[in-house]
Design a protein. Structure first.
Length: 339
């Protein structure tokens, strides 16, 4: 099937310094969201080698994408939470191709259509009938969802092609167990006192432990360190995000990563680092690591609950399924995953 085509209008703005045709990818979300579409970005690069790949994403995520070589340039976006940006600061001729990897609704479709791309890749929606595409499926893993979209348009994409290269720099804590207690929403944050109890147990077992924190998570990380018997020097980040090269080096050389359903879990997967991932409101079959002995998922649903999304992924309080995970389960899982 051919990609949806549109005619170019007459250009009204100056062409950018890079005169290659441009592919615009919309994925204005977080780090984990970016890492789940690594296979798609690689597929676009292979299928359109003469084009400049531009990612529309928040600045902190776009910087990461450029650093990994997945895209040539980032187009910073601003939007609240996971909302579709109100507009894009696109300059020069329309994109040769626009790819909606953000969602399946009219807001993201229309945002890209306003740029008049020659071709548009997106999921079908009844409110944008001029956009052909496959049907959206609610029961699909995020990696497979976007690869299936590209395949429908004739671009081969392998959801297993998700690795990124480790940086050449040295880890600030080689061989440590990396514990990340934060997450974007309270429903996906296991209680800090439980993380602290795990840290104490790991230290008794002879493990070195560091606590990582994204911007604004410093107080949480320091509490886990303090109650876990660590000094504040064991906390990496918090006032701001850890620089991506440093974070990659830390995760790549870790013995194991303990984390909730958030971006650092996807980074451990991308770097091939053993991980223990705690799930609550959303099933790991939708967002979990690929089936591999390196990765251990803990999730405690009950019979009769929604098998995919039994809780609210964006709620403020820890999800009931997350609270069913015990300290003992986590300690056993981490120690069994330390090579």
């Amino acid at each position: 099937m051919s990609v949806h085509e549109r005619p170019h209008p007459a250009p009204t703005e100056q062409v950018s310094a890079d005169s290659r045709p441009r592919v615009l990818v919309l994925r204005a979300l977080g780090l984990g969201d970016l890492l789940t579409v690594v296979p798609c970005l690689r597929a676009l690069r292979r299928s359109m080698p003469g084009c400049e790949i531009v990612l529309a994403a928040p600045d902190r995520v776009g910087t990461v994408a450029v650093a990994t070589g997945l895209v040539d340039r980032a187009l910073p976006t601003t939007a609240r939470g996971r909302a579709v940006p109100a507009g894009l600061s696109w300059h020069g001729p329309p994109p040769e191709l626009a790819v909606d990897l953000h969602g399946n609704g009219p807001p993201s479709h229309l945002l890209l259509q306003r740029l008049r791309p020659r071709r548009l890749i997106a999921y079908r929606h009844v409110k944008t009938p001029d956009v052909p595409g496959p049907e959206w499926r609610e029961d699909e893993h995020e990696r497979e969802r976007w690869c299936r979209l590209l395949r429908w348009y004739g671009i081969e994409a392998d959801p297993a092609d998700l690795s990124i290269a480790a940086p050449s720099g040295a880890s600030p804590a080689p061989g440590a167990v990396v514990v990340h207690p934060g997450a974007d929403a309270g429903s996906r944050r296991w209680p800090p006192e439980r993380f602290a109890a795990v840290v104490r147990a790991l230290r008794r077992a002879g493990e070195d432990v560091v606590i990582t924190a994204g911007a604004g998570e410093g107080a949480l990380a320091r509490r886990v360190a303090r109650e876990g018997g660590l000094s504040e020097r064991a906390v990496v980040g918090g006032a701001a995000d850890v620089p991506f090269d440093e974070l990659c080096a830390l995760v790549a050389d870790a013995r194991c990563v303990l984390v909730g359903d958030t971006g650092l879990a996807h980074l451990a997967t991308a770097l091939g680092t053993p991980s223990v991932v705690l799930f609550g409101p959303v099933a790991p079959r939708l967002w979990g690591p690929p089936p591999h002995a390196k990765h251990r998922v803990l999730w405690c649903p009950r019979a009769g609950e929604d098998p995919l999304r039994p809780g609210d992924a964006h709620a403020s309080l820890p999800d009931a399924r997350l609270l069913r995970i015990t300290v003992g389960q986590v300690v056993e899982a981490v120690l069994s995953h330390c090579p």
